[in-house]
Design a protein. Structure first.
Length: 265
């Protein structure tokens, strides 16, 4: 069963493109991670930035599969975006966007997939989730306390900063913004990829934007991508890693806008 996703709406100018854009973030992320890009896209499009299920301010649910996330996005497009939209997804959000295009192609005008492929990966993010779960929310009261506690398990300050976005900090203390137990339990599915039973590929325009220094969209995956997405462009941004939209926002924006303009999206 789908859940109603929390979202932020960036309204376009009066002469906007009639096709809105829905943006879906990655694991342990939030819609607000796309703020800079969304504001840029909103110059010409209505932009809806969502929190995925079990993340941010969206509802928590025991199911955490790509079929469920795709259903959430399809229902969101029906409810808030007029029933038809382009979709931009990074990492987990990119897999959800791919599944949306495959399962609900009638809702998808075009897709932009950022640094992820329709394949199963061998890595896991369980360690990051375990680090967040290890925090003692009864005694940790401030962001500084959380940073000190996380430092024992997460040495990289940039990663700690990212993980701490999953903490809701108020005068009453700190609580998790993500459903950590369910995300950890679903890790095998989140790094995996189960092809839809229908097996029919998506024929709409699709852009894959990959980081040139990332191993998430290896050139060996190109044939797998083309098997499911027949009308594709694949672009690699030199020097960018997996967090492509944060590391190279200008390049991601320009490639996406060029693609959308060329396909009348």
């Amino acid at each position: 069963m789908s859940v109603p996703l929390h979202f932020t709406h960036y309204s376009a100018q009066a002469d906007a493109n009639p096709i809105p854009l829905v943006m879906a973030h990655g694991l342990l992320g939030q819609g607000r991670n796309f703020g800079t890009l969304a504001k840029g896209f909103a110059e010409t499009h209505d932009v809806f930035v969502v929190d995925m299920r079990n993340h941010g301010d969206s509802p928590w649910d025991d199911e955490m599969s790509y079929a469920a996330m795709a259903a959430d996005l399809a229902d969101f497009i029906d409810r808030e975006a007029g029933g038809y939209a382009s979709v931009f997804g990074h990492s987990m959000g990119g897999k959800a966007a791919m599944r949306l295009a495959l399962d609900h192609s009638d809702r998808v005008a075009g897709a932009i997939i950022a640094d992820i492929a329709p394949v199963a990966y061998t890595h896991s993010h369980s360690g990051q989730i375990e680090a967040l779960q290890s925090l003692d929310f009864e005694t940790i009261r401030t962001r500084k306390d959380a940073d000190v506690a996380l430092k024992e398990k997460v040495a990289d300050p940039v990663m700690r900063g990212f993980l701490m976005q999953n903490l809701r900090i108020s005068a009453d203390g700190i609580t998790p913004r993500s459903n950590l137990a369910v995300l950890r339990q679903a890790m095998a599915d989140l790094v995996g990829w189960a092809e839809p039973k229908a097996r029919k590929g998506y024929e709409g325009p699709t852009l894959f934007v990959a980081g040139g220094a990332s191993d998430y969209v290896d050139p060996s995956y190109d044939d797998v991508i083309r098997h499911l997405f027949s009308d594709i462009e694949i672009e690699r941004i030199k020097g960018a890693g997996h967090w492509i939209h944060a590391e190279k926002p200008k390049e991601v924006f320009e490639l996406t806008k060029k693609f959308m303009n060329s396909r009348n999206l």
